[in-house]
Ligand binder design. Structure first.
Ligand code: GRF
Length: 198
């Protein structure tokens, strides 16, 4: 069985979309894959409740309880590695990861970012797209490398920017597309992986 571990910090709506896709798409039977655990750096991340309701083990590692970024990442790696993960999925995980963490999961670590990368890496992507006068915005699923919001692009979705849009309305439009492309990108990654090791 291939194990997917998802890391969240907040609402976890992308994680929920992946869990629903795994259930509805019968990933266990079709892809021999499962969401093995959902981990959060925040105890109040709403997504934890959803995961528990869907029978997925959860754990919280509060980054504030660790003396350094390196110490937190070492503990996080130990927690993740208990699941023998084939794929680690960042889904609104609001921590910058150390180079050691990224190297440890090289080739099996992916993220979703709410812009059409390489445009607008970093924070406040929707306001920045509005301020720049963009006509289109979107989201990108990409491999995680040492450089923030870089790495090979695996999937993208494009949405129009409409007159009167605010960061909130644009964010909602992009997020609904994230929920489409992220589960598909995870499933595609898992099936490619199955073929390459078959
Ligand atoms: C999404 O916009 C994602 O692109 C970004 O953080 C947000 C997470 O939302 N990385 P959710 O926690 O999945 O609802």
């Amino acid at each position: 069985m291939k194990n997917i571990v998802i890391l969240i910090s907040g609402s976890g709506s992308n994680m929920a979309a992946i869990v629903r896709a795994a259930e509805q798409g019968r990933w266990a039977e079709r892809l021999n894959a499962r969401v093995a655990a959902v981990l959060s750096n925040r105890a109040d991340a709403q997504g934890l409740v959803f995961a528990q309701e869907h029978g997925i083990p959860t754990a919280v590692l509060d980054h504030k309880a660790f003396p350094s970024r390196e110490a937190f990442d070492a503990a996080l790696m130990a927690e993740i590695d208990q699941q023998a993960p084939d794929l680690v999925v960042l889904a609104g995980f609001m921590r910058i990861l150390t180079p050691g963490f990224v190297a440890h999961y090289a080739g099996r670590l992916i993220n979703i970012h709410p812009s059409l990368l390489p445009a607008f890496p970093g924070l406040n992507t929707h306001q920045r797209a509005l301020d720049a006068g963009c006509r289109f915005a979107g989201a990108t699923v990409h491999q995680v490398t040492a450089e923030l919001d870089h790495g090979q692009i695996l999937a993208q979705a494009v949405v129009p920017i409409l007159p009167g849009d605010t960061a909130a309305t644009l964010s909602a439009r992009v997020l609904s597309q994230e929920h489409q492309i992220y589960p598909r990108a995870v499933a595609a990654w898992i099936s490619d992986f199955s073929q390459s090791v078959a």
